[in-house]
Write a protein that binds this ligand. Structure first.
Ligand code: UD1
Length: 435
């Protein structure tokens, strides 16, 4: 049954949010569990639909999977399959990270080619050329990838772009290759370091994640491990954006403040008071919001593309004009049409969005067009006058664990309800096919 969020905006937020485990860490870490001998325990595993999709793939592969509270235990056992069927691949584009893990484990893998997604084309050329460089034979037949890599050998791989997914896939495959693989121009994201720490806990020899060169000595048997996933910096950025937009004082707990420094510096420039401790950040906003210098999304440690849309919802109500430049994905401005329905004044030209702040946003019926676009609409609705109704929650639920519960605890007037026929009609009238 589809659901919708009803939000009556304009209430300041006060209180603390315990931040969930990072979606972008837990997905490659769960994929990596297939490579180990024995039961892997992944703690701080968020309850997200993308995690459920990943667990379905693990079960299909023959792994024993059980959840106990915030932990998920995966025992690959003999793992009798090395293919991922199309319907499971389609649930989540990032399931391509299973390619490197299954190849390392079984020497063979078969899955459908991930096509485009709501963010635009999602090529995997860097993943495939790197795996081929390690000696994997990859056939692209009828939309499927048929891969054989029984005798992969480590070597130097220079990425032409520091792709997060490609770096992860190479790290995983290289654990199953003999000899040393050196990835240069690797992605620096904290989630890459998290994957390294998990692989190390399993006994893999991996070093350098967090810098642009990662070295993997493959061919070592991997054992059972227990590991707690990193806090989700994008969920934390979203709750901070909510505090900035609605006003009040919001603390995000169990976070790594250094992973959020580009986001908090923009929020400070917008007029928020930011205080950071070892593992929490408090944002206070009493004065009106101000426009900020251009926000350009970049690979880490630059401003994260995933935080672009929630921050745009903040800028929509700031005094002055803020320019956003999206450098990572082609199609990451789809939330703008929906923000405009709430009264935002935003013009787009290619990868540039010019946001002229307005004194107030108004509640409206809006539909999430993608995960972080949905987060932007949620942030905007919390600061808007009147009632908003947000549909398309299947996108939001991919990355946020019960956001309505946390926001209600902060004082927001928000509730989740079953979607009505009117929501469905509205959505169709607007030309969206979200659910
Ligand atoms: C990951 C994150 C996503 C985040 C993104 C950038 C996960 C599950 N998702 O996505 O939330 O927004 O990093 O920080 O971790 N590209 C190619 N060829 C390739 C691979 C990528 O052209 O083979 C391009 C992509 O189309 C995109 C850019 O490189 O334009 C960045 O992609 P990448 O860093 O690979 O992002 P993902 O791993 O897909």
């Amino acid at each position: 049954m589809n659901s919708a969020l009803t939000i009556r905006g304009g209430r300041p937020l006060h209180g603390a949010v315990g931040i969930q485990g990072a979606k972008n860490s837990v997905l490659p870490i769960l994929a990596a569990t297939v490579m180990g001998g024995g039961e892997q325990i992944v703690r701080r595993c968020p309850r997200l639909s993308d995690v459920e999709s990943t667990l379905r793939i693990l079960r299909y592969l023959g792994c024993r999977v059980r959840r106990e509270g915030e932990a998920v235990a995966v025992d690959p056992g003999p793992m009798d399959r090395c293919d991922v069927p199309d319907h499971l691949m389609r649930e989540m584009r990032s399931s391509v990270v299973f390619l490197g893990a299954i190849l390392a484990r079984s020497g063979e893998a078969c899955m459908s080619f991930p096509g485009g997604c709501e963010l635009g084309p999602r090529p995997i050329d860097l993943h495939l050329s790197a795996l081929r460089a390690l000696g994997a034979e990859i056939l692209e037949v009828g939309g499927n990838l048929i891969c054989r890599g029984h005798r992969m050998v480590g070597r130097e791989i220079n990425l032409t772009f520091p792709s997060v997914g490609a770096t992860e896939n190479i790290m995983l495959a290289a654990c199953g290759a003999s000899g040393v693989t050196r990835i240069t121009n690797a992605a620096h994201e904290p989630e890459i370091e998290d994957l390294q720490h998990f692989l190390q806990a399993m006994g893999a020899r991996v070093d350098g994640a967090g810098s642009s060169t990662i070295v993997i000595e493959g061919g070592h048997a991997l054992h059972a491990a227990e590991y707690a996933v990193l806090p989700d910096r994008i969920a934390a950025a979203t709750y901070l954006a909510a505090g900035a937009a609605a006003g009040g004082a919001v603390t995000v707990e169990d976070v790594c403040p250094e992973h959020l420094s580009t986001v908090t510096s923009i929020l400070a420039e917008a007029g928020c008071e930011i205080r950071a401790w070892r593992d929490r950040i408090t944002l206070r906003r009493d004065a009106p919001l101000r426009a900020v210098r251009p926000v350009r999304t970049m690979p880490y440690p630059g401003f994260p593309t995933d935080a672009q849309s929630p921050l745009m919802a903040v800028a929509a109500r700031a005094e002055g004009t803020t320019v956003f430049v999206e450098n990572i994905f082609e199609n990451r401005f789809r939330h703008i049409g929906e923000l405009s329905r709430m009264g935002a004044d935003i013009k787009v030209a290619g990868r540039v969005a010019v946001v002229c702040g307005v004194p107030r946003l108004y509640g409206a019926r809006v539909c999430a067009t993608d995960l972080r676009g949905g987060a932007a609409l949620l942030v905007a609705a919390l600061s808007a006058e009147g009632e908003s109704r947000l549909t398309g929650l299947r996108h939001l639920d991919r990355g946020y664990e019960t956001p309505e519960r946390w926001l209600a605890a902060l004082g927001a007037d928000i509730r989740r309800e079953t979607e009505t026929d009117a929501d469905d009609t509205d959505r169709r009238a607007a030309g969206y096919a979200c659910d």
